[in-house]
Unconditional design. Structure first.
Length: 339
């Protein structure tokens, strides 16, 4: 398969977070002959029932790891292509990147390069379960090249994430007699109004911290005063989270209560001379690895602006370029270790 064919084949395997088993096994079957032919090893590493990270390596030591995630966001939709783009769920986030890393691996092995590996993890789009597991089971890698859509520019930094569930409780009553009840939805809306008024921090490199109220739910029926309501919040962090957490608690106090879900810090990243750079507002698995897989770099084909949308696509030219970029980075970083 060429990189376009492999990208489309991977897109066709639905792998929404929690359902990554089939794509993991497909890639295992694809990589097993490469492991056999070039004296390497490939394994599926259990993270949770029916969820596996995939790790492959070639050489006596592990200098560099090419890594990205296996899962996508919903909804699934199949692939298509035209002269310029490959379309479909995961085209840029992250099936095209997987395909580029695999094709770069084939070219590197054929050219005699060793001492590098591949790590594909589950759950990045939801809880980073695979990355947390990998961080506890490192293999001695000195550098990790993480793949996310950066339009083939090395990211100098990326924002972090702070997630909460905001819950409010009340008392049911007939909606004709609201004085007999206590609306959880009203409480939730009051808390959200205060939260939306918080002045969030800003950073000279990463820009402003941002808030998204991603999910709202609550109530029983239009003619019933709501006894429960909740919202799922995500804040993009640009630095220390202490002041933001304190502001959220103050805003919710007396109206609703916050349940902590997840925190991933903002990070600064390295560069390589000659490769263009950028700064990204999204969050990756890199902070979760926490150095366990080596010094991190972040780069991949495609634009984050179309990821997670029904217009998701990846430019074919960027797929071809990414194969060369990944090869160059692996060679250069392996040479750094050897010096």
């Amino acid at each position: 398969m060429n990189v376009f064919e492999l990208t489309r084949a991977l897109i066709e395997i639905e792998s929404i977070s929690g359902n990554e088993e089939r794509i993991g096994r497909h890639l295992y079957d694809y990589l097993a002959p490469l492991a056999a032919r070039y004296d390497g090893a490939v394994e599926l590493i259990a993270v949770e029932p029916r969820r596996f990270n995939l790790f492959a390596r070639w050489g006596a030591r592990l200098d560099v790891t090419l890594s990205t995630h296996l899962d996508t966001v919903p909804p699934f939709y199949p692939s298509s292509e035209d002269g310029e783009f490959i379309h479909g769920r995961g085209a840029c986030d992250v099936k095209g990147i997987i395909a580029c890393m695999v094709k770069a691996t084939e070219a590197l092995l054929e050219a005699g390069q060793r001492n590098f590996g591949l790590l594909f993890v589950v759950g990045e789009e939801r809880s980073s379960a695979g990355a947390y597991h990998a961080a506890e089971n490192s293999r001695g890698s000195r550098y990790i090249i993480n793949g996310e859509p950066t339009e083939n520019r090395l990211a100098l930094g990326s924002k972090g994430v702070l997630r909460y569930t905001l819950k409010a409780n009340g008392k049911m009553a007939h909606s004709a007699y609201p004085e007999l009840g206590d609306s959880a939805i009203d409480k939730l809306l009051d808390a959200l109004h205060c939260i939306r008024s918080i002045q969030l921090p800003s950073d000279p490199l990463l820009g402003p911290s941002t808030l998204n109220i991603g999910v709202l739910s609550g109530g029983r029926a239009p003619n019933v005063i709501a006894d429960e309501a909740c919202a799922e919040l995500m804040i993009r962090l640009v630095g220390d989270s202490a002041s933001t957490k304190a502001a959220l608690e103050r805003a919710a106090d007396g109206r609703a209560h916050l349940e902590f879900v997840l925190e991933i810090p903002a990070i600064r990243l390295g560069s390589i001379p000659g490769i263009p750079t950028t700064v990204v507002a999204f969050t990756t698995d890199v902070p979760v690895f926490n150095g366990a897989w080596g010094e991190p770099f972040l780069i991949g084909p495609g634009s984050i602006h179309v990821a997670h949308t029904l217009e998701e696509r990846v430019p074919k030219r960027q797929l071809i370029d990414a194969i060369e970029i990944y090869q160059r980075m692996v060679k250069e970083l392996c040479n750094r270790v050897s010096k």
